[in-house]
Design a protein around this ligand. Structure first.
Ligand code: BJ8
Length: 426
């Protein structure tokens, strides 16, 4: 995938070079089939093509250079970890959730087979030594969200230092106090690790940087409400996946430039697909890179994805952190408030999500919703029933799918998607 030879760098990180080579060749082929084969792509996507081609090359080189200069590289697995606090000490945050089943077999040696594919993937990537990001990190931050993740972190900690934040499961006043205390514990950990103090000034800078990144993604999402949609869902999902790896300032600048181009497309009624194509909202589990199976199957069959109610999507980006306040504690309160508003299915009850899905369907003029759950994911497979009931009440068609990262069920999924799109076309 990369144009330069980075073999020495990968060797230095301790990667299994043969296994890593195999991963890159599989990814390169999938990327060509799913992304580069698209017609009518915005020109601004060339930046994303470049980032993806160098995702294990130049970006890792940048991280290692930053590390040599004393900056901390911190891996994360979940939206509840505030990037603002990492940026405040001039650290670099990288998302480590993985979306490929390379390494699942190794993961099954230490995890039960009926663990969700996302967990097996990040554990398998580490065990198989194919992820330069996790190797480049100083440490990683886990969180007590679902049972699978919190138990997996106990094992993961034996492979890589893992600092676990306690995420409450409700939004009661007591839970809010616990969460605010956990934010304080994270601050202590990051200050101790980096040897730098978090101040009002550097924290405010961190908040502004992340707010600007989220604002660019809000702009992108709003443009997708146009008919025809100016960008494919596949490309939008790729952008959402890339935000977890790329430098935030550069990423924001590039996405705003892409949005300028999309503004013009909307004005000229130029779409990624023709007007009248069924418009789909995806809701459910996060789609970590390179999990592109479902978006590809949906769009290959003539539909366009116009929004994602997902952690790699609007669940992750909505709501900015308030910059009001003159003390460090006030800014940390604002961070705690914003992050506790995330409506992950690990919370109970989780009614905000049930409101948010139909609200998004209306906002992006979706004809139907595809609820995506990773097999064996208790929180999202169970919540899917409530989502279904709620959407029935609102007369919004729903297709409930469960799948993993393998390609075995591809034909079966495609048949169900085709039948659903047929229904929407009537
Ligand atoms: S905020 S969705 S990133 S926890 S798919 S590992 S829930 S069994 S990823 Fe998540 Fe944070 Fe919530 Fe988002 Fe468990 Fe389900 Fe697997 Fe999951």
């Amino acid at each position: 995938m990369t144009s330069t030879d980075h073999t020495e760098m990968w060797r230095g990180l301790g990667l299994d070079l043969a296994a890593h080579e195999h991963l890159l060749s599989v990814l390169g082929q999938a990327y060509a089939d799913i992304y580069l084969s698209q017609e009518h792509r915005p020109e601004g996507m060339a930046y994303l093509d470049f980032v993806l081609s160098e995702i294990h090359g130049l970006r890792i080189q940048e991280l290692l250079e930053a590390k040599r200069k004393g900056r901390r590289i911190i891996g994360t697995f979940c939206l509840y970890v505030p990037e603002e606090i990492i940026l405040a000490v001039d650290g670099v945050s990288v998302g480590l959730c993985a979306g490929a089943d390379i390494g699942s077999e190794a993961a099954e040696q230490i995890l039960p087979r009926n663990t969700c594919a996302l967990i097996k993937s990040f554990v398998g990537f580490k065990l198989n030594k194919v992820c330069p990001y996790v190797e480049a990190c100083n440490f990683v931050i886990g969180e007590t969200t679902c049972d699978g993740k919190k138990k997996a972190y106990e094992l993961f900690n034996e492979l890589k230092e893992t600092f676990v934040m306690e995420v409450p499961q409700t939004k009661s006043p007591h839970a809010k106090a616990l969460w605010r205390a956990e934010i304080g514990r994270l601050v202590e950990k990051i200050e101790a690790s980096s040897g730098r103090k978090i101040t009002v000034e550097n924290l405010r800078r961190g908040i502004e940087t992340v707010n600007a990144k989220r604002a660019a993604l809000h702009r992108l999402n709003a443009l997708r409400a146009a008919n025809p949609a100016p960008i494919s869902g596949r490309d939008a999902i790729l952008i959402n996946q890339t935000q977890f790896y790329d430098d935030p300032v550069r990423f924001t600048e590039k996405i705003n430039a892409l949005c300028d181009e999309l503004d013009e497309r909307v004005a000229r009624h130029v779409g990624a697909v023709q007007a009248g194509a069924p418009r789909i909202l995806i809701a459910g589990c996060p789609m970590a890179a390179p999990n592109w199976k479902l978006p590809y199957l949906i769009e290959k069959n003539g539909a366009v994805i116009v929004g994602e109610e997902s952690c790699v999507g609007e669940r992750g980006t909505r709501n900015l952190v308030s910059t009001k306040g003159t003390t460090r504690d006030q800014l940390l309160d604002n961070i705690a408030d914003r992050y506790l508003r995330i409506d992950c299915a690990c919370f109970t009850p989780n009614n905000e999500r049930l409101d948010h899905i139909p609200e998004m369907a209306r906002k992006y003029k979706a004809d139907g919703v595809v609820h995506y759950a990773i097999q064996f994911c208790g929180p999202y497979t169970m919540e899917a029933f409530k989502v279904e009931k709620r959407l029935q009440r609102e007369n919004i068609p729903l297709l409930r799918l469960e799948t993993d990262y393998s390609m075995e069920d591809r034909a079966q999924l495609e048949t169900r998607i085709q039948a659903f799109l047929e229904l929407l076309r009537k």
